[in-house]
Design a protein. Structure first.
Length: 290
């Protein structure tokens, strides 16, 4: 049996200092919710959806209720969830103003033969999901975005369940004032998220930079080549800085519960919850337990 673990991040970005306490509490609460799902016998997919759903419920991140408006003053969100053992994923992008795209991404994974749905097709699928009562509508209206982050704070989670199965996911609205229809790294398999039977990762930051090096897939490739997840994180961040201007970060975990975390932005709030205790390690800055 594997020791279950949940790792949650609140984005690689800059947060105003007066909100650090609320942000740290939010990622801590999300990690606890994900761990609780595992402790109750849930899968790693259950844990990832539950943790990200909690972050989407806050107004602290550019995701869910805190989503930013695009250049046309409209809200478009995206999310992805992936099951490492099956190498299958569900993703939605350019969905119009829904609060929990992570649940719609899971619906794509579990109830459709497809992996990625965009735009009006995703809007239509959301209505189908609600009609089938796969998930319920939480609220009829979205609250206004509170501009407490500098942008780029896609939220994400990686979890390992007791059977050693790994899942990962993320959720975002992208940068404030983005071009309508813009799709970043978050819902693209291999860039914002990648998971297999060995390890999983969730990436955040400047989407165009992350896409250029297929950051998530390459990080897992380094693990396949024999590096630890910690070493893989360090290597992919070096590649990011060599090939682009950077401004990103990632969390990783392998099937044994080993952790890797790296970022080159001022802040990346991360919470780590393990099943052996209810304690959660959380920080805004790169000083991590191994």
């Amino acid at each position: 049996m594997t020791q279950p673990i949940v790792i949650v991040h609140g984005g690689a970005t800059v947060f105003k200092s007066e909100y650090h306490g609320d942000i740290i509490k939010a990622v801590e609460d999300a990690a606890r919710v994900g761990l609780n799902a595992l402790d109750k016998g849930g899968s790693s997919i259950d844990a990832v959806e539950a943790a990200i759903w909690m972050l989407e419920e806050t107004e602290l991140f550019t995701a869910g209720r805190g989503a930013c408006k695009n250049l046309d003053d409209e809200i478009e969100v995206a999310a992805m969830i992936m099951d490492g053992n099956r190498l299958e994923s569900g993703a939605v992008m350019a969905v119009r103003d829904i609060i929990h795209p992570i649940s719609l991404a899971r619906y794509v994974l579990e109830r459709t033969p497809n992996s990625q749905i965009a735009g009006k097709g995703a809007d239509k699928l959301y209505l189908q999901m609600i009609q089938e009562e796969y998930r319920k509508e939480v609220a009829p209206n979205r609250t206004e975005n509170i501009p407490i982050a500098g942008g780029g704070d896609t939220v994400g989670c990686v979890a390992v369940d007791a059977n050693g199965r790994i899942a990962a996911g993320n959720s975002t609205s992208g940068w404030p004032g983005k071009l309508p229809g813009r799709v970043g790294d978050a819902p693209i398999i291999g860039s914002g998220v990648y998971v297999n039977e060995l390890a999983g990762t969730a990436v955040s930051g400047r989407g165009e930079q992350i896409l250029r090096i297929v950051m998530g897939r390459m990080a897992i490739y380094y693990v396949e080549e024999g590096l630890s997840v910690s070493e893989a994180c360090q290597k992919i961040m070096r590649v990011l800085r060599e090939k682009t201007s950077g401004e990103a970060g990632l969390i990783m975990v392998d099937k044994f519960g080993n952790i890797g975390i790296q970022f080159d932005t001022p802040h990346m709030p991360v919470a780590i919850a393990r099943s052996e205790t209810t304690d959660v390690y959380v920080s805004m800055t790169p000083k991590w337990p191994q």
